[in-house]
Design a binder for this molecule. Sequence first.
Ligand SMILES: Nc1ncnc2c1ncn2[C@@H]1O[C@H](COP(=O)(O)OP(=O)(O)O)[C@@H](O)[C@H]1O
Ligand SMILES: [Mg+2]
Length: 198
Amino acid sequence: MEKIGSGAEAVIYLDKDNVIKDRISKSYRLPEIDTKLRRSRTRREAKVIEKLNSIGVPGPKLISMDDNSMKISMSHIKGSKVRDVLAENPIELCKEIGKKVAKLHFNGIIHADLTTSNMILSDEIYFIDFGLSFFSDKAEDKAVDLHLLDRALESRHFSLYPSCWKAVLEGYEKEYNESGLVLKRLEKVESRGRNKGK
Ligand SMILES: Nc1ncnc2c1ncn2[C@@H]1O[C@H](COP(=O)(O)OP(=O)(O)O)[C@@H](O)[C@H]1O
Ligand SMILES: [Mg+2]
């Protein structure tokens, strides 16, 4: 098995055509809390990945999940992180991102870590890293999800900003009939952000 990545949360191995996500323990957490967190994130990620397949949003296919060893086995998506290729075609890619986030949202899935490092461009854009995801139909949760993406685009892709964010919103609105409610809420979330620390 070849190690292909290690994030804050997990070590990622490639095992033939599959990816193994091994949620490692963190010594700075109390052991009981550490086990609880890793277990809930492992379960959650597996659950959301399964749901993705049923709503037609591109993501990995779940192969297996073990909430004792805290490992998930899923299909390997071949491609580049959107983070590394966004500049090649920012407007089209961002529209696609907006449309796909809309699809997640109207199916009640909040990703909760929408960054371009958690998207892989293959034949189309695939989402990964659902360990913080949850199910919700609240406009507030959807608005916060979008707000985090907005922040991530501004900090990671400063030279493409704000046109890339506008393209995300354009895609989102196009794909989602009830986007108006979420976008109205987003204004509130943004103003909360601006007032923080003042
Ligand atoms: N199914 C997958 N297919 C291809 N690459 C993956 C897959 N899952 C994870 N990776 C790679 O491993 C990295 C870390 O995985 P991720 O699920 O984002 O974990 P973390 O929570 O540590 O960020 C990703 O940025 C990506 O490069
Ligand atoms: Mg990640």
